[in-house]
Structures are given as C-alpha cells and as structure tokens.
Ligand binder design. Structure first.
Ligand code: THU
Length: 134
C-alpha cells in the first residue's frame, strides 16, 4: 500500500469524527504488517479530557482484532487546512509500545494538493518509555 493510498483512507476516516466541541476532525489509517488497514477518527467527550484521538481509535480497533505489528500510520486533520496535524504525546507512546520503527505519515489536503511528510516513531519520541519485565 502506498503512502498516498493510506492518506486517502485517513481522509475517508476523518468523515467519521465526532467533534461537537472542537469541530476539528482528524482521520487516521493504520497499516498492519499483515496488510490490513484500520481506520480511526477522533471522538470527543463533554468532559474534554476524555476525548480519544483518531490515532488511538485506529490503534485500539486493531489491537482488539489481535493485531500487534504495524507498518505505518497516516494522519490527516482539519479540512482545507494548510498545515500538518502531528500526533499528540499520548498517541506516540501508545503506538511506540508496539515498535518504534513504525512510519508516521503526516498529511494535509486542500483544493490544490496533498502534502505529506514522514517520520519514524523513533524520531518523534526519542527515549520513549519501555516497560521491561512483568
Ligand atoms: N486530535 C487527534 O485526533 N489527533 C491528533 O493528532 C491531535 C488532536 C484531536 C483531539 C481533539 O478531538 C481535536 O483533535 C482537537 O484537539
């Protein structure tokens, strides 16, 4: 699956966002090492801090289905926005628990173009927390 294909699935996922408070819709598409894609969108709560980001919705769906290895994740926030949406620290840590070589594709699309830039989780979360042993 190409990065552009994954970005388009993130754009599609963004339509599923529930954002009555921020009105900022985010979509994510997570590719597993077995070639499956799990889509997620942000889900907000009236107690704002309980909001769940698009990335974690995608990850939790995948984990529930038994997936544990991931290749890349595409993230697209806002509509007709001119800047990248970068994953929050909590999502970086949650993803990093399953490997820091995962590629994180940040993208935005507007009437003119689809732009993207790619990092590894290792770059985005250096010295990440890792629980060793039981
Ligand atoms: N949000 C995400 O879903 N992913 C990110 O990477 C950053 C922020 C959501 C949380 C909230 O619903 C809205 O964007 C505004 O912060």
């Amino acid at each position: 699956m190409t990065n552009d294909e994954l970005i388009n699935l993130a754009i599609e996922a963004r339509e599923h966002a529930y954002t009555p408070y921020s009105h900022f819709k985010v979509g994510a598409a997570l590719l597993t090492s077995t070639g499956k894609v799990y889509q997620g969108a942000n889900m907000e709560c009236s107690s704002y801090g309980m909001t769940v980001c698009a990335e974690r919705v995608a990850l939790l769906k995948a984990l529930y289905e038994g997936e544990r290895k991931f290749e890349k994740i595409a993230i697209v926030g806002g509509e007709n926005r001119l800047d990248y949406t970068t994953p929050c620290g909590a999502c970086r840590q949650f993803l990093a628990d399953f490997g820091v070589d995962v590629e994180v594709i940040m993208a935005y699309e507007n009437d003119e173009e689809i732009a993207s830039k790619v990092f590894t989780l290792k770059e985005l979360l250096p010295e990440h927390f890792e629980k060793i042993g039981g």
